[in-house]
Design a protein around this ligand. Structure first.
Ligand code: CA
Length: 246
């Protein structure tokens, strides 16, 4: 069944072909089981500043760089964006709350999927809005030698975070590949918007409380309601569909 979606993608984007060479992974909610802690840390941080902020809002902001989340909450509450100093302070507080919430583990099936992708000799990139050093550093412990600086785009590499296409366009440039040689794995609406706007085939996996419809309407080429488990189980089918297109 994946052949249909891939053909549609080629046609919509006017690409000459689809030849899978690389997988671009988002981090939070895809590789790391971190979204619940992130959401709680944001709520604690904002409420500590008398800014109303809910768990749901944290999930809907997923993928944004920290200062965008801070600015939109500031705008709504105080009618202005936060100063650079405030942004830094607030992000630091959020980082402390996040770290106090304890160790973050990998998403179920993330290790197995990465292993499969490695065996298929596909290039692996990380494209994240995160600037959390503890999480970025943990990647090398969980997935040794997979995520190295030359194949990573983080909050530190972009001017505009997701949903702007910039993070994915930067990764594309860094990879030296064509947009028809990549598949993106995302779990959040803003992340999907970003990669679709960059012209990349995007698989959205639903790993959180957000309605699957929201992921579909943000433009994903494929939506898997069964999260990482379903992606892992169907990965070989997808890979074979890519071979069949050639
Ligand atoms: Ca994510």
């Amino acid at each position: 069944m994946f052949v249909t979606e891939i053909k549609k993608f080629i046609q919509q984007n006017n690409y000459p072909e689809f030849q899978l060479k690389a997988v671009f992974f988002d981090m939070d909610g895809v590789l790391l089981d971190s979204m619940e802690n992130h959401s709680q840390a944001w709520v604690k941080t904002m409420n500590g500043l008398d800014i109303p902020f809910t768990i749901e809002e944290a999930y809907l902001n997923e993928g944004r760089v920290g200062h965008d989340t801070i600015n939109s909450a500031y705008m709504r509450t105080f009618g202005r964006t936060a100063t650079l100093e405030e942004q830094e302070q607030i992000y630091e507080t959020k980082t402390l709350h996040l770290e106090a919430l304890g160790e973050i583990l990998t998403m179920p099936y993330a290790t197995e999927l990465i292993e499969k992708v490695k065996q298929q000799n596909l290039t692996i990139f990380l494209v994240t809005g995160s600037g959390q050093p503890s999480l970025l550093n943990s990647l090398d412990d969980y997935f040794p030698d997979v995520f190295v600086k030359e194949r990573m785009i983080t909050a530190y590499d972009v001017k505009q975070g997701k949903p702007s296409p910039e993070p994915y366009l930067k990764a594309l440039e860094k990879s030296g590949l064509n947009p028809w040689e990549i598949v993106v794995i995302e779990n959040a609406p803003l992340g999907v918007e970003s990669s679709v706007a960059a012209g990349l085939f995007t698989i959205a996996i639903n790993t959180g409380p957000i309605d699957t419809e929201v992921l579909a309407s943000s433009g994903a080429n494929l939506v898997l309601t069964g999260g990482m488990k379903e992606l892992y189980e169907r990965w070989n089918d997808f890979y074979q569909a890519c071979q069949a297109i050639k």
